[in-house]
Design a protein around this ligand. Sequence first.
Ligand code: ZN
Length: 336
Amino acid sequence: MLRCCLPNHNHGGEVRFRDHSVSRGLCCARIAPLAALVALLSGCGHSAAQPTPPVPVVPVAAPTLPRVVIFSIDGLRPDALLQAGAPVIAGLASRGASTWRAQTVMPSTTLPSHASMLSGYLPSAHGITWDDYRPENGPIAVSTVFSVARAAGLRTVLIAGKEKLRQLDVPGMVQRFDLCAADDQEVASRAAGEAMAGFDLMFVHLPQTDLTGHAQGWMSAAYLDAIAGADRAVGRVLAALPAGTTVIVTADHGGHDFNHGTTQPADMLIPWVMAGPRVAVRTLTTKVVTTDTAATAAWVLGLSLPGGASGRPVLEAFEPPAVTGARAGLAVGASR
Ligand SMILES: [Zn+2]
C-alpha cells in the first residue's frame, strides 16, 4: 500500500502520516484542484493564445480518519440494561448493531475479562486469571489493541475507574492512562476532556454499576439506578466526541446476588452495542465474545490483531461490503 501524504493535525500540533487506501484517494482528489490552478495560472502568461476558461476549483471535504471509543460498564447485565431504560445506550443500539447475548470469558471477573476484551486473547493465552492489581506480575504479556494502535502511530487513551486495570498499562502502549476515583461521572469528565484533546483509540471504564451490585445486589433498585448513571456518563462523553467516531458499549461481566465469577448466564452474558460510520442497523446473530471487541476496534482503525489472538472482527455489524474504504486491502480475520 502506498504511504499517503495526508497529515493528521488533530493531536496537539503533532503531525503524523498514516497508511490508508482511502487517504490515497483523497490525496489524489486534493491534487486535482491544484493542477487546475496551475493550468489557469500558466495560461495567463500567453496573451496570444486562446483565453483559457476559468476552471472552477471544487472544494474537497476534509478526510475523516477512523476513531474508536470503547465503553465498558463494569458488571452490567444486558437484562438489567433493558430494565433500567438507559436511553443513551438504547439510542446507540437503535442506530447501530447490537446483541444482548454477547459472552465474556471465564473467570467472569473484572481484570481477566478486560484483559481479553482489550487484547483479543483468552485468559489461557494472556495469563491474567487474578482479579486485583499485582505489579509484581508485570503488565499483560500479550499484544493488546493499544499496542497494535501505537505501532501504527495512533494516539491511545485509557480512562480507568479501578486500579487493577493498571495491569493492562504496558509502558509506551497507552499514551494517556488516567486512573480516576470509582465514580462514573468523574470518569466521564476525564474522558470528555480527552475526547476534546484528540485521540484515535480511547477506552472508558465505568465502575459504579459493579460496585453497587456488590453492595446492594444485582438487579436491586440501587443497581438499576447505577446503570442509569452510567448511561448518563456515556451520554456526556458522546457529546464531546468528534463526529464520525465509532462507539462500542459493552461490559466485562454480569452478576447475580452480590457477586459474579461463575459460568451462570447471569455472570457470562454481556451487552455489545456498536454505532458509527458504516455500522449497520441490525440485531446481530453472530456469536460475539468479548475478545471480538479488540479485534473489531482494530479493524475499524484499519489494523488487525496478531494471528494468535482469538478475537475476530464482528463484520456482521457493518454495512456490506464489509471490506471497503479505509479497510480495503487489509488482512483481517474471518467473521465467525
Ligand atoms: Zn465485581
